[in-house]
Design a protein around this ligand. Sequence first.
Ligand code: BES
Ligand code: MN
Ligand code: ZN
Length: 491
Amino acid sequence: MNVSFAPARPAGAYALAIPVWSEDLLADRLAGVAEPGRTLAARAAEAQRFERELGAVAELFVQDGDTARRLLLVGLGANRDEQGLYERVGGTLAGRLLISGETRLVIDLSGLGLSGEAAARIGFGAAARSWRYDIYRTKLGRKQKPTLEDIVVVGAEDGAETAWQARSALLDGISFTRELVTEPANILYPESFVERARKRLEPLGVEIEVLDEKKMAELGFGALLGVGQGSVKPPRLLVMRWNGGGAAKPVVFIGKGITFDTGGISIKPAAGMEAMKWDMGGAGAVTGAMVALAGRKAKANIVGICALAENMPDGNAQRPGDVVTSLSGQTIEVINTDAEGRLVLADAMTWAQREYKPETLVDLATLTGAMIIALGHEYGGMFSNDDGLAARLDAAGRAVGDKLWRMPLGEPYDKLIESQIADMKNVGPREGGSITAAVFLQRFVENGVKWAHLDIAGMAWSEKAGHLYDKGATGFGVALLDRFVADNFEG
Ligand code: BES
Ligand code: MN
Ligand code: ZN
């Protein structure tokens, strides 16, 4: 999607969108539309019960010079402080026009007195909502193909282009995450994930380091390697470094990157198993965040780490009851091979803390089905050993719309993963399944490290379109991490 900004409406063919606040006089907002179009539009708004609620749309065709122009009135609602208001307006319009036959959309803000920042946000929402991945659809019908190519936001105050720069980096990051999450597991597996990330990130100045299975075996990544050993696709640890912050200690982000989760020997039921291609959503978010941060040259030192493996049943797969020795030295009884995310994360966390001595460590993972049972698809679950960090992540999430809800940790939960034979087992009882997963991870957090675990199982993928995404991969977490860095580590 091309997004651009202009002082006034261009010449030529396009659909015209006019945003309207609840309290606006429609006649004022339609001042740029010639009669009889203005009267028609007012009548159409009434007939379609357009009440200017945020995201509501009335649509009609009006005569404009010698063309018939598609005109959309779009509601801004009444609350100017509503989170994500402008993004949502852009997203709503793009979602509506994406396959409409229109190739160009002009959003006219004249007379609204909106900032360049607001205009950039509208453009961002429109572009984010327009993202699709059609490379495998060789037979898309003419009417199913996207037509919308250009979005021009006109009539805002100055500064739209500058505001757009940072957002377009974020958009690149979100788009890359969605691409990674969407790719099927025969295409995207640990090695190909690494190569795709490398190709995308090195040109942006991100340093890439990769630990292969030999190196990890040498170092003692027993937990991660146990998960990968049933697959013919060897596991990888991908390390991405962005050094924009001088001598400051890096912030570390770690993503669960199970490129396919069959469950292993504790195999999952067949129905819906295809969803487990996106069990690398945490790794996808971390990688996309690196694209966004490097793309806007963030003034911070960030290390992104992806723990990549495929969880398969096989003659060489790990068995329920196996005991593995993690990189930390702690032993784990693998009761259920389907609780594999915590195993790969454990070793990645240990390695990251030894290597980078971070003060702050955040992991993202599609870790538990229980998280979806608890929070549905509205909030990612957040677990943290530090109230300040939790508050900062919460604030970043609210600001960008990647909402988080804090969940508990604590000794009584920790007791539930004690093992008869090893230092811990990898699952607790069914009840509180997301929390026992989190306390498992906490056992790998070193003293003094501020840590948060974000369980994004309900957020990485959506069965229905949202304001800023089509159905499918959402890109959840990228804007959150980008904002978290901007607000806390670039001062
Ligand atoms: N990747 C799954 C969690 C998941 C489920 C993510 C559904 C997204 C949608 C994870 O590896 C898993 O299988 N977790 C098990 C844990 C259980 C065996 C303790 C689960 O949630 O059932
Ligand atoms: Mn699993
Ligand atoms: Zn999994």
